[in-house]
Structure formats: structure tokens, C-alpha cells
Design a protein around this ligand. Structure first.
Ligand code: ADP
Ligand code: MG
Length: 898
């Protein structure tokens, strides 16, 4: 039957058939892409990650425009006026069908996605029409819900009812906002609203009436449409939504009064902008280490921006009813323009036409994403029951049917949230800064604590050291006093024994125990007297024989045999005499030595310092008594004669040689004797002894004698000329006894103080020999080495200042610097003092500065300016440092201040 036949667009030509199976299964919800929670929807996530930067890329989800039809119940007027007539439509909601009666016997059937009867509740309408769209919007898609229909059919009722008195009457706008507010997170998401009215191709801001000509801006790249001039109100709760909608409604009424129009002639558009933060996939699963670390990357913030557009269109009847006059005509044209442009666009889209006239009106430009775009769109067409408006109703139904053919491609718009990223990075950076500060503070505290601890330990060690030193000093003092006391007692006892009140002298040469020196001397004197007596006897005998010989000659020349006999006897006597004379010299030299040793002991006991004959390496030991008289030794020396003593150096008797060399060494300590010794060939003899090394004592004493002679400048040159430095160097390298080495080092140290000998000393190995002796380690030896270095450095410095020499110090060339630096803090004061002076001399010349800085000598010089106990050395060091630009620059670099 035609009247009950299933009508679709094909029958009418313009409308394409909708398959019943498709229509039936097309519940709003089932056909939509899976609506999901924003953090778990895998399908959406895939799409979004492919197009997060602009939202323009990636595959969309197909989504046809869904259309529902809603029938308004008869109103009071219709109940009366149409009382005798049946409704022009009959709804079959269970089949989602609508029958439009043509007349009493003919009707046309249409299928919709949803058919809502006059009894449909607002809640149900919201749930089937708007809710799926709202859920999509919460997922990041754009969405549109639009009401289309003749004036008075319930568009505003469906969309804009506030339902303040009756909550069940709340329309789609209020319910959508409620749903959105329930689902967004207040901390990270934002919801803002613009409320606009489009009237006669002009956009008015319903939230700010002064703003009455808002322009549309299109992003040429993405095609996105926006209204930057419109007021955006941030929405936080439902109450503010109601207030905003009421305000918009009030402004709408006011604007319509002003424009002399009705709200049914304008389009009302509520735009809801939602911005939701999404955590990037990789950042949402941080590793364990990242979770626990302060340095974990902040999550990659993405933001999904979506827009819900709710459109309460102007009454559709105007499309047909043109022809009004004046202002009404213009208005009708404009209203026609927007609605007819919308109709044309939907027709074009429904028919897959190549050209869609979107740009023809502002409404179509605003809704470009809603039809044929990326938004999920639901259209609700409202119709009235009155048969008087059958034509309007039919046209509304046809509009809805065409819209059902429009296919959209839903896409999520997701982008980097740069602002939030910057904010998060800032927070992250602040956290790192705070952490860094905490760590720095902890580190500083630790350093301070360690420093305090170290200082405490150092001061404790210093205290302990000082205590130990003091104890040691007291112990030595006690021992010394004990020794002095003992010696004094011994001396008194000796004096008592001798009973002569003169000196009692012990042998103190350290070479074996012996009887008292006094006894020795007495014995020697006796022997001497005996020998003298014997000599005199022998001389008398010779004289007697001579006179006898004379008598014999006178008596007769014939007694040849007797004469010969006598001659032989005479020769014997001469030989005997010579022997006796030699013995006398030996005995005298022995006595000289013993006297000298006694003298030493006397000085020692009277507090004159240690009694070693060869100590005077620095300064000659004066043997002249205070009153200017010669000492007994010198007096004896005068008696014996230089030559005789020197002859004894070559005596066949080893003991005699030892005695003789000791005598010479002691005599050489006295300046007055030095010249005589040298003139008589003593230096040569001493050098010969050194060369022919046979006995350690001889060698040691000879070296001591040479050292004493080397105090004199003229002798120094002679020693060098006679190859003395080579001999001393050989001794330096093969002697082991520290006493020998001390003598050798003392001799070389004296030579080092001669300006003229510098080059020769170096070339003949003198410096090397001096430095070689540090192996011994004995403080006395080291002290002599240090003195030699100081002397040498001083001469070099003098020569450099006088312009006689240039170039780096020979000491540095010979590798002395490390030892110098190492011993600058030697515990022994004499060593330290010489080294300090040497450092000052070396630093006075620019050529040495680089080596000194590299060798650590600068630190020692700085230390000398602070720690040296001698004021003159401290100020010399300070002067030296201050006068050198290079050293000053280095100190500045090292932040050292004097
Ligand atoms: P339109 O906006 O389409 O011009 P309205 O929403 O202003 O129409 O509706 C006109 C009248 O009809 C209003 O008084 C409204 O309350 C009423 N009305 C509309 N739809 C319904 C409905 N479904 N149930 C009850 N009353 C309705
Ligand atoms: Mg209305």
C-alpha cells in the first residue's frame, strides 16, 4: 500500500534511500567511536599520537551526522484550533520512523536516527542526542549539537531551558555543561564559554553587549575557525553556567528589543572550549630510577583542545516566507542567507558535490567543522503536530533527512602544551636548583668540618711535638750539666793529684784511653831533657876527638890507620847525632800536639765550646790568647820550626805522620800560621796525603787542614791551581765516615765563597761532589753542604748584579734546586738558615724564576717571609719577592698575599 509504504528520498528523487538495517542499527551511541576515558582510550591514543602537533594529520574516525526528530505536544491554542483535526505526523519510535500525513489517506514515512515523541523527557533527549557528542568532546573531538525547526516547535525548549524551578526541564546546554564540569580535572583542565548571537550576518557577544560585531578568523593552515574578539568566560561550577546563560538570555532580549526583532529570527550559539592535559605515553611510564631521581625528565605535557558548539537556529519558516517589506525584507534576506546557505551546504555534502558553499554565510563558516569537518555532530529537528503547519514540518523533515547523509571525519586535536611544559620545566628546574643548593651546603659543611678536624689534629701534633722537644731539651741540659760537673770533679782530682795547681790534661783525641796528659808531658819532658843531655855529651865527645885528632896530626902524619878509625867513629857519631835530632823533633811535635789537646780541653772545661781542632771551618779558631800573647802551641811551633813539622808529614813512621798532620791541621786553624804553612809547602804536602790515602784518620785530618787553609782567599786559588778540588771530589765520593765528609764539605763550602772560582768549581765537579755528599745525611755534613750552596748562590748573585755573569744559576743547572726546596724546612736551624739565604739569592735573578716557580721554591720563599725566625732573612725574602714582577704575578695568580 502506497499510503503505508515505506517512503524515502528515492521516491522523492532528492532523498536517497536509507537502508532499514542501517537506520535500525544506527543508535547514536553504537555508531560512535568508542567513548573512553581520556587516559585509556587506545583508539584515540593512536590517532592522537599520530597527529598531536596540529591535529590535522592522522586518520580520522568516520562519523555521520546524527539526526533526531522531536515532536512538540499540542499547545493550548492548537488543542482548540486543531481539535477536530488529527496531527500531521505519526511517530513510530520503536522503528525510529515518522509518518507525515499528506491527507487522510496518504502519508510518507521517514527514518531517523532517533524519533522522540511529544512525551520524551528532556533527560532522554539529552542522552540520545547530546550526551554522545559531549563525551566525544571530553575525549578531545570537536562536537556540535544543533536544533533546527519552525519557530515555536521547541528548539529553545530542547537546548536552552534552564530548568531552575523544575530540574527535569533542564535543556541540553545546562546538562552538557554539567557533564563537562563533572568530568574535567579542575587542576589541569580548563573550560571556557562564549555565548553569541548571529543576526543579519553580524555576530553579537551575548556576554558583552558592547561587543556587537565580532569577526571570524580562520587559520589558513588548519582551517580552524575562531572568534578571538568574543568574550571567553572561564567556568568553574554549575551555578556560574546558569548565571552565564541567564545573562546571555537577558542580553539577547535586550538586543532584540533594540533591533526590533524576535529571538526566533536570530541564531544563538554557545561555544564551550575545553582544554585537557594529557600525559605523553613515554612519560606516563617512567622507569624506577627516573621515579626516584630528582633528575627524571618531567612528563611530556600534551593538551587536547576541543570545542562543543550548541546552536539554537533561527526559525526555519523564514526560509520559505520571504517577501516581507522594508527592514523585514532585509532581515528575511539575511536569515534566508544563513539558513539557506546551511541548507545548500548540507545538500552539497549529502550529494558529495565537489563544491560546498561554506563561505556564503557566517553561519556556514562558523559551522564548517560541524558539517563535513572533523566534529561529531548531532542535529535535532523539532516539529509541531499542527496540520496547519504541515508544509513547514515537511521541509524540516527533509532538511533532517539530508543532514543524515553528511559524513564527517572525526579527529582529535592534540598539541604540545608549551606553556605547561615551560611551567613544569620551571618547577623542575627550581627543584634541581634547591637540591643543588642543599648538596652544595652539605659539601661546604663537610669541608669546614674536615678543615676544623685537620686544624685540631695539627695543633694537637704541634703541642705534642713542642712538649717532646721541651722534654728532650731538658734531658740534654741535665746530661750536659752532669757531664760538666763530672769533668770538673775529675779536673779537681787531677789537680789535687799533680799538686801543682797547673792544668791537668787528659788525652781527649778520642783515640783510646790514656793516662793523664800531665803525666805524658812530664814524661816527654824528661825524655827531652835526657836526649838533650845525651846530645851535649855526644858533642863533648866529638870536640874531644877533634882535639885528639889535631894532636895526632901534629904528632905525626904516619898514623893513617888510627885516623881512618877515628874518621869512621866520627861518621857514626854524626849519624847518631842526626838520629837524635830527629827524635827530638818528633818528641817536640808530640808535645806540641799534646799541648794543643790540653789547650783544647782547658777551653772545653771553661765553656769555650766543643774541643775539636778542626771545627773552625767557618771562622778560624783563634789560638792567640786574649792578652795578645802567643798560645803555648804557637810558641812550641816557633821553637820546632814549620819545615821540621812538615818534614814529619813524610816520616816513615805512621804514628809520626798522624801526629804531624794533626799538628798541621791545628796550626792551619790559626790565620797567622796559614801563610807560613803554605809558603813552606804544607798545602802541597796535605794534598799529597789526601791523594795517597792510606789511613782514614790521616785523610780526615788532612781534609780538615785543607778546609782551614781554604778560609783564606789566596789559599783558595792555590788549592784550585794544585788540583785540590779534584782530590776533594774523589774523597767526597768514596769516603764513608761523616767526620771526613764534614771536612771535605767544609773545604768545598769555603771554596764556594770565592767569586773567581765559580766556573772552575763547576767544571771540575766541585758542585756535583758537594751535592753528592747529601747521601750521608748527617746533619753536620748537610749543614756544610747548605753553607756551600748559600756561598755559591751569593757569589753568583753578586756576579749577576755586577753584570759579570748572565744565564741561569749553575746550581739549578746542576740539579740542586729540589734538594734546596726539600731542605728549606729542615729541622736543623743552621741548614735551614743557609738554605733560606740561598733561596733569596737565587730568586734575585729573573733567569732563575721560572725554574724556581716550577720547583716549588716560590712557596718556600713565601713561607720564609712568614715563618723565618730571623728578621733580616724575612725582610730579604720579602724584598726579593716584591722586586720581581714574575714572582709577583705568580703570587697574584695563586692568590698569595705577603
Ligand atoms: P522555538 O524555540 O522553536 O521557537 P520554543 O522552545 O520557544 O520554540 O517553544 C515554544 C513553546 O512550546 C514554549 O512555550 C515551550 O515551552 C513549548 N514547548 C516546546 N517544546 C515542548 C515540549 N516538548 N513539551 C512541552 N512544551 C514544549
Ligand atoms: Mg526559540
Amino acid at each position: 500500500m502506497a499510503s503505508n509504504g515505506y517512503r524515502n528520498g528515492t521516491n522523492k528523487g532528492a532523498i536517497k534511500p536509507i537502508s532499514s538495517s542501517n537506520a535500525r542499527s544506527s543508535s547514536f551511541k553504537s555508531r560512535l567511536p568508542p567513548s573512553s576515558n581520556h587516559s585509556s582510550g587506545s583508539a584515540l591514543r593512536r590517532t592522537s599520537s599520530a597527529s598531536f602537533s596540529s591535529g590535522a594529520g592522522g586518520d580520522g574516525v568516520p562519523g555521520r551526522v546524527r539526526v533526531a526528530v522531536r515532536l512538540r505536544p499540542r499547545n493550548a491554542e492548537e488543542s482548540i484550533a486543531d481539535a477536530d483535526f488529527a496531527d500531521c505526523v505519526e511517530l513510530q519510535p520503536e522503528f525510529k520512523r515518522l509518518k507525515l500525513r499528506k491527507n487522510n489517506w496518504e502519508s510518507e514515512t521517514y527514518e531517523f536516527d532517533e524519533v522522540l515523541t511529544e512525551f520524551a523527557s528532556q533527560k532522554r533527549v539529552y542522552e540520545v542526542v547530546a550526551k554522545p557528542v559531549v563525551e566525544s568532546v571530553l575525549d578531545g573531538y570537536n562536537g556540535t549539537v544543533m536544533a533546527y525547526g519552525q519557530t515555536g516547535t521547541g528548539k529553545t525548549f530542547t537546548l536552552g531551558q534552564l530548568g531552575e524551578e523544575d530540574t527535569s526541564a533542564r535543556g541540553i546546554m545546562v546538562r552538557s555543561m554539567e557533564e563537562i564540569l563533572t568530568n574535567v580535572s579542575p587542576g589541569t583542565d580548563s573550560v571556557s564559554v562564549s555565548y553569541l548571537q548571529l543576526y543579519m550576518e553580524t555576530i553579537h557577544d551575548l556576554l558583552d553587549p558592547a561587543n556587537d560585531n565580532i569577526s571570524i578568523v580562520e587559520d589558513p593552515r588548519t582551517g580552524d575557525v575562531s572568534l578571538p574578539g568574543a568574550t571567553h568566560v572561564e567556568i568553574r561550577d554549575e551555578q556560574s553556567v546558569l548565571e552565564l546563560l541567564k545573562l546571555g538570555e537577558a542580553h539577547r532580549i535586550a538586543a532584540n528589543t533594540k533591533l526590533n526583532t524576535e529571538s526566533s529570527r536570530s541564531h544563538a550559539i554557545l561555544m564551550v572550549h575545553i582544554k585537557r592535559s594529557v600525559i605523553g605515553e613515554e612519560a606516563s611510564n617512567p622507569s624506577e630510577t627516573e621515579k626516584s631521581s630528582h633528575f627524571a625528565k618531567p612528563p611530556k605535557p600534551l593538551v587536547r583542545k576541543s570545542k562543543l558548539v550548541l546552536v539554537d537556529l533561527a526559525g526555519s519558516e523564514r526560509v520559505q516566507k520571504s517577501g516581507s517589506e522594508g527592514h523585514m525584507l532585509e532581515e528575511a534576506k539575511s536569515i534566508n542567507l544563513s539558513l539557506s546557505a546551511l541548507g545548500k551546504c548540507i545538500n552539497a555534502l549529502a550529494e558529495n558535490s565537489s563544491h560546498v558553499p561554506i563561505r556564503d554565510s557566517k553561519l556556514t563558516r562558523l559551522l564548517r567543522d560541524s558539517f563535513g569537518g572533523t566534529a561529531r555532530t548531532s542535529l535535532i529537528v523539532t516539529i509541531g503536530p499542527s496540520p496547519r503547519h504541515r508544509g513547514e514540518t515537511a521541509s524540516t523533515i527533509l532538511f533532517g533527512q539530508r543532514a543524515m547523509k553528511v559524513e564527517n571525519m572525526l579527529k582529535i586535536k592534540e598539541e604540545f602544551d608549551y606553556k605547561s611544559l615551560a611551567r613544569k620545566l620551571e618547577i623542575h628546574m627550581d627543584k634541581l636548583i634547591a637540591e643543588n643548593e642543599r648538596q652544595q651546603k652539605a659539601f661546604d659543611d663537610e669541608v669546614e668540618r674536615t678543615n676544623l678536624e685537620a686544624e685540631k689534629r695539627v695543633s694537637e701534633a704541634e703541642r705534642n711535638f713542642t712538649d717532646a722537644l721541651e722534654k728532650e731539651r731538658l734531658k740534654c741540659q741535665m746530661e750536659y750539666m752532669g757531664s760538666v760537673k763530672m769533668l770538673e770533679e775529675k779536673m779537681i782530682e787531677n789537680q789535687r793529684k799533680c799538686g801543682c795547681g797547673g792544668l791537668t790534661m787528659d788525652k781527649c783525641n778520642g783515640e783510646g784511653p790514656g793516662s793523664s796528659i800531665g803525666e805524658d808531658i812530664g814524661e816527654v819532658k824528661k825524655m827531652l831533657e835526657k836526649e838533650t843531655h845525651m846530645r851535649k855529651e855526644a858533642e863533648k865527645e866529638v870536640d874531644k876527638l877533634r882535639s885528639q885528632l889535631g894532636q895526632c896530626t901534629d904528632a905525626g902524619a904516619g898514623v893513617d890507620a888510627e885516623i881512618l878509625k877515628l874518621q869512621i867513629a866520627l861518621e857514626d857519631e854524626v849519624l847518631q847525632k842526626r838520629k837524635l835530632e830527629e827524635e827530638i823533633v818528633v818528641l817536640r811535635s808530640q808535645m806540641l800536639q799534646l799541648t794543643f789537646e790540653a789547650d783544647q780541653m782547658r777551653r772545653c772545661l771553661s765553656g769555650g765550646g766543643p774541643g775539636n781542632a778542626y771545627t773552625g771551618l767557618d771562622s778560624p779558631m783563634s789560638q792567640v790568647s786574649d792578652n795578645g800573647h802567643k798560645t803555648p802551641v804557637s810558641a812550641l811551633f816557633d821553637q820546632v820550626g814549620v819545615q821540621k813539622v812538615l818534614d814529619l808529614l813524610e816520616s816513615e813512621d805512621a804514628n809520626v805522620r798522624i801526629h804531624a798532620v794533626k799538628v798541621v791541621a791545628n796550626l792551619a786553624a790559626e790565620e797567622a800560621n796559614q801563610e807560613r804553612i803554605v809558603e813552606a809547602g804544607g798545602l802541597t804536602s796535605l794534598l799529597t796525603l789526601l791523594r795517597s790515602y792510606e789511613d782514614e784518620t790521616v785523610r780526615r785530618v788532612a781534609a780538615g787542614a785543607i778546609a782551614n787553609l781554604a778560609m783564606n782567599e789566596a789559599n783558595q786559588e792555590l788549592i784550585m791551581l794544585q788540583g785540590g778540588i779534584s782530590l776533594l771530589s774523589i774523597t767526597a765520593s768514596d769516603a764513608e765516615d761523616p767526620r771526613t765528609l764534614r771536612m771535605v764539605a767544609g773545604a768545598i763550602a769555603n771554596l764556594c765563597g770565592n767569586d773567581k772560582l765559580q766556573a772552575m768549581l763547576r767544571s771540575e765537579g766541585g758542585i756535583k761532589a758537594l751535592l753528592g755528599m747529601v747521601r750521608c745525611g748527617h746533619p753536620d755534613v748537610l749543614s756544610q753542604i747548605a753553607r756551600g750552596i748559600a756561598n755559591f748562590a751569593k757569589c753568583e748573585s753578586r756576579a749577576s748584579s755586577n753584570g759579570i755573569r748572565s744565564g741561569k744559576s749553575l746550581l739549578i743547572d746542576e740539579g740542586a734546586l729540589p734538594w734546596i726546596v726539600q731542605n728549606a724546612t729542615n729541622d736543623a736551624a743552621p741548614i735551614r738558615r743557609h738554605i733560606e739565604l740561598a733561596l733569596c739569592h737565587l730568586a734575585q735573578h729573573e733567569v732563575n724564576e721560572k725554574d724556581m716557580i716550577n720547583g716549588g721554591a716560590l712557596w718556600e720563599l713565601v713561607r720564609i717571609t712568614r715563618d723565618c725566625s730571623r728578621e733580616d732573612i724575612r725582610s730579604l725574602a720579602r724584598r726579593t719577592l716584591n722586586s720581581s714582577p714574575v714572582l709577583r704575578a705568580e703570587m697574584r695568580r695563586l692568590r698569595i698575599e705577603l
